[in-house]
Structure formats: C-alpha cells, structure tokens
Write a protein that binds this ligand. Structure first.
Ligand code: FUB
Length: 323
C-alpha cells in the first residue's frame, strides 16, 4: 500500500472509524453521515445520524466490503436521536456494539447491541448501560479477559454536564489554569453488558508530571478516545476538538495516568477529527476521516486509511492531515 491516505467508501459518507481484527479480517465500524438539512451549531445537531453500516477488508490496500445496515435508531427501544461514534468488542464468540445515542430527554447514553457475527446485524438491549453518559465509546480488549471502555466528549457530547459521574445542574467548564475535563475509563462486566465499577478520569500529564490544563487547547482531551497497545505500553489517543489535532499519551496500565507525547494527525479538512489505530499483517494503520470529498461540509465526512509509523523509541511519527 502507498504511504498516502486512501479513501475507503467513496460512494457514501462515513466517519468516526473504530477498527478491529476479527476472524482474520479488518472490520470497520463507522458513523454514517447523511444530509439531514439541520443547520450546523456547537451542539452538533447537524450530526443527526440514524443507522450504522459495517465494512470489512482482507487487506489494508484491498477491496472494501459493505455489509449493509446493521443497527437503526428505530430498532432501539430507548432511542431519541443521533447515533454517534460506536465501537465493537468480541468476547466468547459474541460481538458487542457500544453506541452513544440521545434518549428521549435529549441526554446522551451509551447502549449495547449484540451479534453472533462481526458483521452484524446487532440486536439492541432494552435500556442503555446503567450509569452511562456522554459519547464516543472505545473498548480495549486487554487480552487477560478484561475489557475497558474509554468514553466522553465535550460540547455537544455533554461531558461538561458531569462531575464524579453525577449530572450537574448545569454545564461547568474549568478555568484555563485548572485541570482539563478528562475522558473516562471503566471496566466492563464479565457479560460485557454493564459497567463493573464507577468510571474513572483518564489523567493526561505534561512533561513535568502535571495534569494538562483546560487552557492547553492544542493538547487537552476533547473527544474521540482510542486505546491501543504497543510494546506492552498503553497508548491513549484522542481529538483536541476545537484545535483539531489527534494527540496521544502513553501509560503503563489501562487506567493511566498517561504522559502526553505529541500529535499523531494534524488538522484535516472539516471541523471534527476522529481515528482508530490497528495493527494488521505486521504494519500499523491510522483510520480517520475528512470532509474533502463533500467540499468541506463538516457533517459529511469520508473514511480514510494511511500507514502509521513508530520511531525506535516508541513515539509515533506525525501524519499531515491536509496533503
Ligand atoms: O460523529 C459525531 C461526532 O463527531 C463524534 O461522536 C465525534 O467524535 C466527532 O467526530
């Protein structure tokens, strides 16, 4: 495969990829963008997605198979609106899709849908995960029987409405010199259907060992958590939202703390940036999206993949988003 990014689904708008190696193939679980006609605002109302497709590839440079629609808002008993970034994890031969969706009170919760196959269809559970909130679930299979969910997103993702896992009366943003609002991590129950514990903050430290502050806009967490392991270390990566970087931080265990390392992907065309990192056949890949094919319409995004490279010290080489 060439070292330039490649668009994966030219015929449709797909975003927010989660990617995993299941049954010898790469499976891609994206959001499905469409032109809903809702005006753009800071609350993200224009991201009014209503279903998911699943895609698979046998080679990172090869053909992409569309397995069709695998879950729809209308099939989810507690649904309000807006199916945002999902992820899928496997355990004991079953596949669990975790998806954020607003309930009928317009509050984001995280739901679970189950399938016997990686390509779905996924059958949603009656209710969202107890104690869940906000958006962008990403699940790490730690290889020892434990699965950890990372989640959360600011602004339209509603994370600023919570502290210590409790809903606040109104949204609260820290002052610029206070610690930034963190992503959350939580271990899942053995049956994969609930939280096994209270979610905990994902703390990102700077080079002096201090938590990144809310005013550190080009480095602090905003949304789009992803976790992968490389040489026994835990790499937490995320979007900085309004400064449009994909950054990463490294830790020694799934809970952190993580020490900030740098930028993986500089800003792409379009407001959002979102990614997944996966190893396949001895190479590493960055799946992501941009809004080039839609002429910059930020709610109509297109999936891309490019090879990702490490330096000998385990740091990641920065990829230019606009090439
Ligand atoms: O697709 C809707 C939202 O846009 C996602 O949940 C965020 O991560 C951002 O990509």
């Amino acid at each position: 495969m060439k070292k330039e990014a490649r668009y994966l689904v030219p015929g449709d708008y797909m975003a927010d990829p989660a990617v995993h190696l299941f049954e010898g193939k790469l499976y891609i679980y994206p959001s499905h963008d469409w032109e809903s006609g809702i005006p753009e605002n800071d609350n993200g109302d224009h991201f009014n997605m209503k279903d998911y497709h699943v895609f698979s590839m046998e080679d990172a440079g090869g053909e992409v198979t569309d397995h069709g629609v695998v879950l729809r808002t209308e099939d989810i008993p507690w649904a309000g609106r807006q199916l945002w970034d999902c992820d899928v994890a496997r355990k004991d031969g079953k596949y669990y899709m975790y998806f954020p969706l607003k309930d009928r009170n317009d509050i984001f919760r995280i739901g679970v849908a189950v399938s016997e196959r990686p390509e779905g269809p996924f059958i949603p559970r009656e209710n969202p995960i107890k104690g869940s909130y906000s958006i962008d679930p990403a699940v790490l299979d730690d290889g020892d029987g434990n699965h950890y969910m990372y989640f959360g997103g600011l602004w339209g993702g509603q994370l600023q409405r919570y502290r210590d896992n409790k809903a606040l009366e109104s949204a609260a943003f820290p002052a610029d010199n206070e610690p930034a609002i963190p992503s959350r991590v939580v271990r899942l129950t053995a049956d994969m259907l609930e939280f096994a514990e209270e979610p905990q903050p994902v703390i990102i430290l700077d080079e002096n060992g201090s938590p990144l502050t809310a005013g550190d806009n080009s480095r602090r967490f905003f949304e789009a958590s992803w976790m992968h392991k490389y040489n026994g270390k835990y790499y937490f990566s995320y979007s900085t939202g309004d400064t449009h970087n994909i950054c990463y931080a490294i830790g020694d265990n799934p809970y952190g703390p993580f020490t900030y390392q740098g930028v993986i992907l500089t800003p792409v065309v379009g407001w959002t940036t979102h990614h997944a990192i996966v190893e396949y056949k001895g190479k590493w890949y960055l799946f992501h999206h941009d809004s080039v094919p839609s002429g910059g319409r930020t709610w109509l995004r297109s999936l891309k993949v490019i090879e990702l490279e490490y330096n000998p010290d385990g740091t990641i080489r920065t990829i230019e988003g606009q090439t």
